[in-house]
Design a protein around this ligand. Structure first.
Ligand code: PAF
Length: 276
């Protein structure tokens, strides 16, 4: 695997590659990321991963400084799943001067995560566009755990006419259902044990809708109450349309149930897509 920190060198390395499939990450790789790499392997002849903890997408009181950085272990994992090239720039390389041109997502970026993490999707869209411009892949792979992020990236690629296919990959889960995430490492043993409840509660919402209920906001309110009773601090639990993350009508069938909630000092997100 070639490890390349500089943009110019990466461009030279990729000049003659015709089938680049790209997976951007912020490192601290787990099995979920490796699934993205394996998916990339099936869609390209040259798999490029990136590791860059993007300051622009963190709020002032968020975890940029303590975000886990595990570069050596990450390289081993990437090698083990046959990644060809790792782009690993530092901040000076990607932001040589303050980034004043920013990609402002549509209203899709203002709801749910966007409401609780102002500026987050602007930071994500800006770095993703920059990385796509540098790597110029045919295909790029993103996880569905960050459902809204995936939607925004797809929307951006469509609106800005980038010649790139965006592929969404199913969420990888621990045996008890917890969605794999780098932030799970912040949980202590008892929090980790209780963290399984997030997926369980989303699954209960799905079951309620499948049983015929269509009073979505009542289901959301009931679930918020249960979460609070179980020492979670939920930011939202939301039943939305898959197409645009807007509120569904009772006749909408393609839904996604999304949640973000704090367990102690750790904020977890998860979602389940469903056809009701
Ligand atoms: O999902 C992530 O890890 C990040 O948001 C991404 C897409 C690598 C952009 O920094």
């Amino acid at each position: 695997m070639d490890i390349i920190p500089r943009v110019d060198d990466l461009r030279t390395r990729l000049r003659d590659e015709r089938g680049v499939c790209f997976v951007p990450t912020m490192g601290n790789l787990h099995e979920g990321h490796l699934q993205l790499m394996r998916t990339a392997r099936r869609h390209g002849t040259c798999v490029v991963a990136s590791i860059f903890v993007n300051r622009l997408q963190f709020g002032p009181n968020e975890d940029f400084d303590r975000y886990p950085r595990t570069f050596e272990a990450d390289c081993e994992k990437l090698r083990s799943c046959g990644v060809d090239v790792l782009f690993a720039p530092d901040e000076k390389e990607l932001y040589p001067d303050p980034q004043v041109f920013l990609v402002q997502p549509s209203v899709l970026g203002d709801v749910l995560e966007g409401e609780f993490r102002p500026g987050f999707f602007r930071g994500v869209a800006t770095i993703v566009l920059k990385l796509l411009n540098i790597v110029q892949p045919k295909v790029a792979v993103f996880g569905k755990k960050d459902y809204q992020q995936l939607m925004i990236v797809k929307h951006m690629v469509r609106q800005l006419a980038l010649p790139i296919e965006i592929i969404g990959c199913d969420t990888s889960r621990a045996e008890d259902g917890l969605a794999l995430s780098s932030r799970n490492g912040y949980l202590d043993a008892s929090e980790r044990d209780r963290a399984r409840q997030l997926f369980a509660m989303l699954s209960q919402v799905v079951a309620a809708i499948r049983s015929g209920r269509r009073d979505f906001s009542a289901i959301e309110a009931e679930t918020m109450k249960i979460m609070l009773e179980n020492q979670w601090r939920p930011d939202y639990i939301a039943v939305r349309k898959q197409a645009d993350l807007q509120l569904p009508t009772p006749s909408d069938r393609e839904l996604v149930v999304l949640a973000a909630a704090w367990m102690g000092k750790t904020r977890l997100i998860d979602n389940i897509e469903m056809i009701s």
